[in-house]
Design a binder for this molecule. Structure first.
Ligand code: SF4
Length: 230
C-alpha cells in the first residue's frame, strides 16, 4: 500500500466511534468531568491537526502490519513506525501473537479502536492490549483508555484470566505493561454508565479540557477565561 492510499483510507474513516457511546480515549475526561459528556454530544470534535492526522496514518500503517516503508511515506514518519516495531518485538519474543483474523489488523470495538491485541500462544485467556501513540506528549499506561478496552474485551471474552495494557510511544521512553484489575474494571464500568445516564459535575483538568470541544464554552472554562480577560 502506498502512502497516498493510506492517506485516502484515513481521510475516509479509520476509526469511527459509535454515536451515544464514549470512545475509550475520552474516558479520562468524562470520568473526571461528567458534564463534558453532554457537551461532546452537542458539539463537533475539534478538527484534527496535521500532527494528529499523521499519527492516524502511522497507526494505520502499523495496523496493516507494514514492515517496509510505503512508497511516498516521509522518512521521519516511517522511522517512528520502525521504532514502534522494535518496541513491539519483545512482546512477540515472550510468546504473544496478534489476536485477529488478519495478523496485526487492529480490532475495532464499539467504542473505538484497539491498536493491537496480543494473545499468549496456545492460550485464550492471557492478553496484552497495546496502544500506539505517535505524539510527543508522554502518555502513561495508567490512562483509563486501557481500562476502557479491558471492559469491552471482557464483555466479548468473559473467560479472560489475565489482561495487561501497554503503550508503544516511539517518541517517548518505554513504559512497562500495567496489569488490569478486574474489580477496578467493573467499578469503572459502573461509573461510566452513571456518567452516561446523568452527566452531572464539571471539573477542569489540564488533559481533559485540552481536547474537549467545550473548552472555552462550558461554565467552568468560560468563567476562567472571563476572569482572565477582566
Ligand atoms: S472543557 Fe474541561 S471543564 Fe469544560 S466540559 Fe470539557 S473537560 Fe469539563
Amino acid at each position: 500500500m502506498t502512502w497516498e492510499e493510506i492517506t485516502a483510507t484515513c481521510e475516509k474513516h479509520v476509526h469511527q466511534g459509535v454515536e451515544g457511546v464514549p470512545s475509550a480515549s475520552t474516558l479520562d475526561r468524562i470520568v473526571h468531568c461528567p458534564e463534558a459528556w453532554s457537551w461532546m454530544q452537542k458539539l463537533p470534535s475539534s478538527p484534527s491537526s496535521t500532527a494528529a492526522f499523521n499519527g492516524t496514518r502511522q497507526h494505520y500503517t502499523m495496523e496493516l502490519g507494514i514492515r517496509e516503508q510505503p512508497e511516498g511515506m516521509p522518512d521521519d514518519l516511517w522511522e517512528m513506525c520502525e521504532e514502534a516495531w522494535r518496541r513491539l518485538q519483545p512482546y512477540l519474543d515472550m510468546g504473544y501473537t496478534p489476536y485477529s483474523q488478519e495478523q496485526y489488523v487492529a480490532l475495532n470495538f464499539l467504542t473505538g479502536s484497539m491498536d493491537l491485541l496480543l494473545v499468549k500462544n496456545n492460550s485464550c485467556d492471557d492478553f496484552i492490549i497495546l496502544d500506539y501513540k505517535f505524539g510527543r506528549g508522554f502518555v502513561p499506561p495508567t490512562t483509563l483508555q486501557g481500562c476502557g478496552y479491558g471492559i469491552l474485551l471482557r464483555h466479548d471474552m468473559p473467560h479472560i484470566k489475565r489482561l495487561r495494557f501497554g503503550i508503544i510511544q516511539p517518541q517517548c521512553s518505554t513504559t512497562d505493561l500495567v496489569e488490569l484489575d478486574f474489580d477496578e474494571l467493573d467499578a469503572l464500568e459502573t461509573k461510566i454508565k452513571q456518567v452516561i445516564a446523568a452527566p452531572e459535575g464539571l471539573k477542569i483538568t489540564s488533559k481533559g479540557c485540552h481536547f474537549c470541544p467545550a473548552n472555552g464554552v462550558c461554565g467552568a472554562t468560560k468563567n476562567l477565561l472571563d476572569g482572565l480577560a477582566a
